[in-house]
Ligand binder design. Structure first.
Ligand code: ATP
Ligand code: MG
Length: 270
């Protein structure tokens, strides 16, 4: 069991309202969250419950309507481009569709080189950069030699998502927000991606926030689970508390989908 130590990122009263009047949507409604160093946290909820909006506020991609965010004990300040860039050295994201995440007309090695440059490695000798890129690729079971001079669109979805994790490996942020990173790939690649996210935590000590509809996956990967409904956390606690002993009807409803997976497994093994 993980020993909770230092709070890395925290938010209190975090709120996002889109629109006004009759089109007003309270996407995130006074949410409190603490992310501890080296912890895997899942945020689970149905479509439209506010997961991505919350993640984007924590990432500094969306301005909160209300509430405060503290990073490493201090009030987060991303008021200038420079401070923003500094903050993004500490927190990074992987999204559902890896192909939408960056310019697909840039070659893969230049994408990885950018990461090294962002971490202050611009003046390193070329061989050392190649060594770092090779290491990052082998972390995700890709061969760097086979990727040089290729474009992202020449990769499969699973390979592309692994490349995104190789990027994270090079950027080495304190916190990774993974927003439905496995929903567009097949079950086999999904298990691989999840294992790699776990490795980022286990080997590097990264805090990983895993956002998903799938409460079964959340149980498999997380220390702490937050259940989100209509912009609020209805239940939270350790994975065992929340998923093995749910208190809320909404959590029980999300869990109702899980046994179906096992029924299918049973059928296939009969
Ligand atoms: N830019 C926006 N403008 C207006 N409304 C928005 C915007 N982004 C999100 N919303 C609304 O906020 C609510 C929460 O959306 P959000 O994308 O955070 O949900 P989600 O939990 O990530 O859903 P999904 O599981 O489908 O990704 C939804 O009602 C959505 O329509
Ligand atoms: Mg979303």
């Amino acid at each position: 069991m993980l020993h909770k130590k230092t709070i890395c990122l925290s938010a209190s009263g975090l709120t996002k309202v889109f629109g006004s009047g009759r089109t007003k949507t309270v996407a995130v409604d006074h949410v409190d969250i603490n992310l501890y160093e080296g912890e895997v946290v899942s945020i689970v909820g149905e479509s439209g419950s506010g997961k991505t909006t919350l993640a984007k506020m924590l990432l500094g991609l969306l301005t909160p309507t209300e509430g405060e965010i503290h990073f490493q004990g201090k009030k987060r300040d991303i008021s200038t481009h420079r401070k923003q860039r500094e903050y993004w050295k500490n927190i990074q994201a992987i999204f559902q569709d890896p192909f939408s995440s960056y310019n697909i007309f840039r070659k893969i090695d230049s994408v990885l080189l950018d990461c090294i440059n962002m971490r202050g490695g611009r003046n390193l000798p070329h061989e050392q950069k190649v060594e770092m890129m090779t290491e990052a690729c082998s972390f995700v079971n890709l061969k760097f030699d086979e990727l040089t001079n290729k474009y992202p669109f020449e990769l499969s979805g699973g390979q592309m998502q692994r490349l995104m994790i190789a990027r994270i490996f090079l950027l080495n942020p304190k916190i990774l927000m993974a927003d439905e990173p496995t929903s567009m790939i097949d079950a086999c690649s999904r298990a691989t991606i999840l294992d790699m996210l776990m490795q980022l935590r286990n080997e590097i000590g990264m805090t990983v926030v895993f956002i998903t509809h799938d409460i079964g996956l959340a149980y498999y990967v997380s220390d702490t689970v937050y259940i989100m409904e209509h912009g609020v956390f209805v239940e939270s606690g350790t994975a065992d508390e929340v998923i093995l002993h749910p208190r809320e009807a909404y959590t029980k409803r999300l869990l109702n989908d899980v046994p179906k997976i096992y029924e299918e497994w049973d059928l296939s093994t009969v």
